[in-house]
Design a protein around this ligand. Sequence first.
Ligand code: NAI
Ligand code: MG
Length: 336
Amino acid sequence: MARTITVIPGDGIGPEVTDATLEVLNAAGADLEYDTQLAGLTALKEARNPLPQATMDSAERTRVILKGPLTTPSGSGFRSINVQLRKVFDLYANVRPARTIQPGGRYEDIDLVLIRENTEGLYVGVEHYIGMQGDPRAAAESVMIVTRFGAERILRYAFEYARSRGRKKVTLAHKANILKYTQGLFLEVAEEVAKDFPDIESEDRIIDATAMQLVLDPYRFDVLVMENMFGDILSDLMAGLVGGLGFAPAGNIGTDAAMFEAVHGSAPDIAGQGVANPTALLLSACLMLEHLGDDETSTRIRSAIDTVVLAGKVRTVDMGGDAGTADYTRALVEAL
Ligand code: NAI
Ligand code: MG
């Protein structure tokens, strides 16, 4: 029986890359049914709520979400719907693989996985202004929260992930030299968890040095695990190592729900032009298929992507080509 998933096309280029992704999933024969729902700016306009109840109900039922990017206003305005969805469904592990598909970039054969803690850290949104001398916004404060429970489950996830995928090494990137309590606790827990995984090499590195090393010599890494904001920043850096955001997928995994989305945002600069690269969302859909136990369909889609990108005739603009989203999608369907 077909598995029903919740699909949120989202904002900006979201609907374009979502259409392309569903077209490829269908052509590959994925045994899925789609319950399409609104969220983000589109939902605010159409349903007067950036996260409508119907969307929550659908996700509650299906427990698997394929989501396009959602526009989040900076500064004032509604809070990030992405962050809310991750929180409500306790999607604590954000898994972001970076793998070279298109040759000729800065590096060849990159194959890294970043595992980002998704529910704690500096992104918990515990922030406030402090008024002084008549200025209600004289200062602002954010709180970084690390719990032993949260640190342990993400670290265990990273080591289990490495073990189950035949990977060799886990690197914890942290800032325990300066943030002695929050990051110190993360490091302390990492040292304990590592003892349960003697078969996996483990190391810890300061986050800023890790950023430099990733650019100089990415091959020295394998699986990386870190706090929420550090992971947000370094996963974009890692996307840059493999040709940019067009190739960077993500899975947000919890104990009984999961959400799959591209790392990139709604790209308002190219929205509606039919030029967006749908590969990142499609690779996210592959992570979803693997999560649902359908490795076979995922592998077929992955090899179709490799075939089309390697052949080089039909590439989207960000890949250096001149194909639109629809041409590229058609080429993928033909390759299938
Ligand atoms: P962005 O990722 O949307 O765009 C950055 C640059 O990459 C732009 O030049 C864009 O054209 C390009 N780009 C992104 N995806 C592409 C694709 N698939 N094909 C070709 N080019 C692509 O980041 P930006 O502009 O900082 O954010 C725009 C909005 O997206 C903001 O409201 C932000 O909050 C939101 N956002 C949402 C995310 C999510 O829903 N998970 C993640 C990141 C940002
Ligand atoms: Mg980000």
